[in-house]
Design a binder for this molecule. Sequence first.
Ligand code: ZN
Length: 418
Amino acid sequence: MSDDTSLGSMPLFAGECEKQHLGKGIHMLRMWANVCIIESGDGVALFDVGLPFHGPHIVEELRSLTEKPVLYIIYGHGHADHAFGTPFILEDAERRGHPRPKILAHEALPRRFDRYRRMLPYHEHINRIQFDIPEGIPAFPWEYVYPDETVREEASIRLGDLTLELRHARGETDDHLWLWIPERKVACVSDFWVWSCPNVGNPFKVQRYALEWALALEEVAARSPEVMLPGHGSPLVGAGTVREACLEVSRALRYLDQQVVEMLNRGMWQEEILHSFRWPEEFSESPYLAPIYGHPYFVVQALLRQYHGWYDGNPSHLFPSTEAEVAREVLTMVGGEDKVLQRAGVLEEKGNLQLSLHLLDFVLAGGKEGVEEAVKKKAAILERLAGEEKSLIARNIYLAGARELRKRLESSRPGDSG
Ligand SMILES: [Zn+2]
């Protein structure tokens, strides 16, 4: 896959924006999260409206295209980067004396907004890690503009001579809509397409839906779109390309779902499933499934969480001791922290970074005099792993972990004032 198409190729913070024309009255603002501008008759509809701080850029680009009023704002889903440029668009309408745009979303979206507002500090915290957002920059939206009308399964509106068909399916979220414009054979699909292995099992976030995501992509393909405007990255153009892309990703999701279901039916538990699922070469080589954001391993995690409870099959883990208690016993048994640190070093040299991390964790959880060295070693390994990792989410988790450890090292050092 060329960098040009990918999710990470547009910066998150800058208002960098590329305007793309994709047929009569169809435009896409390519930003971190794309904004679709549909223009017909006397007005405009916007599908997805970006991050809060992208609002001014969206208005500027929109007004370089047309003076017409925005009649509809449609939220593809309620994530922070898709439904939060609204205040600036409303302000623009007011300034121009236009009627207030009508805001449409799926019926589950207000519940999502309620949850976000109830758990703002938590979402600030996890988004800061996921996107590596520096302190001092808000990591989560604080201003929420709720929809005026909601859609359950489907709805259809007219915009000039165009029909805007809104369809619901669960995928990255439970409040996802995608838009079909039959007169132009254009599908706006928000995060049903992000130029990555679908972000089904995001390590931080609530349940996502692999099989329903697959079904949604099959439904998109069945309409034979000539153009598909994704939530992130470049548009897909050409009926053959769009169809092939949608069906390939849907096949991969179905394949993972099928494996998890079969293994659960055979009586396997999560640890075994996570180490035995298959991701064939045709998928790892596909330009549509690169693990640069989502990851097949994360998808399997999500399927496990969807289909079974938290018990992992080992009764020792039902009411477990703390990690520190277990670690102290192990350290005593092997004859001290030094031995564990030494072995962790050997494993690291051999390139088995993961196993080395597990050993260092015993010292970090239950050790005393070896902790400082374990902190240094673990931080270095995490940085090395981050350097090799393709998935933006996994990479940022490693980097945040390393940063935390280095902070711990600094705060445990006596100050030079005393
Ligand atoms: Zn998104």
